[in-house]
Design a protein around this ligand. Structure first.
Ligand code: GTP
Ligand code: MG
Length: 148
């Protein structure tokens, strides 16, 4: 099964949206295989967002992401990377459909509540960066009710 790195950003934690966001992934049928609350350093966040380092908004992005703890998670399931992105909604919440996390809870692109890996390759890199200790292996009894 595919895995994706999903992160609740500092604004999502501050606004008390940890529960609702986790609930959506659970309810969809994804399996939680790693989870922690972490106040990341700017250096760590620069690695996470290294593809964006030339962008004008990069310093502000790092400052925002380092402003408080984030919830780092790995979710596993069918097409987890793509489906995770669909559940988050468009990068700019003003363009996110209602029913998506950003479309229901956010307004500003620089305060868009959550992160999701954009490819299977970046998911692998991000999972290694945020969970060097590895993920958790366990069986869920409901798997036959969720997967054919
Ligand atoms: P992530 O899941 O956080 O990686 O978002 P994304 O993949 O939808 O977008 P991208 O990786 O291109 O940008 C990363 C983050 O930078 C976004 O989620 C925004 O928080 C922020 N960002 C992107 N574009 C802009 C912008 O034009 N202005 C500002 N202020 N922030 C931006
Ligand atoms: Mg991205």
């Amino acid at each position: 099964k595919e895995q994706t790195y999903i992160m609740i950003k500092p604004d999502g934690v501050q606004r008390g949206l940890v529960g609702p966001i986790i609930s959506r992934f659970e309810a969809r049928g994804f399996k939680l295989v790693a989870l922690k609350l972490v106040h990341a350093t700017p250096e760590h966040l620069q690695k996470h967002y290294e593809d964006l380092k030339e962008k004008s908004f990069f310093p502000g992005l790092i400052k925002y992401m380092a402003s408080g703890p984030v919830v780092a998670m790995v979710w596993e399931g069918l097409d987890a990377v793509k489906t995770g992105r669909v559940m988050l909604g468009a990068t700019n919440p003003l363009a996110s459909a209602p029913g998506t996390i950003r479309g229901d809870y956010a307004l500003a692109v620089g305060r868009n509540i959550c992160h999701g890996s954009d490819s299977v390759d970046s998911a692998k890199k991000e999972i290694a960066l945020w969970f060097p200790e590895g993920i958790v292996q366990y069986n869920t009894l409901l798997a036959p009710m969720i997967f054919e």
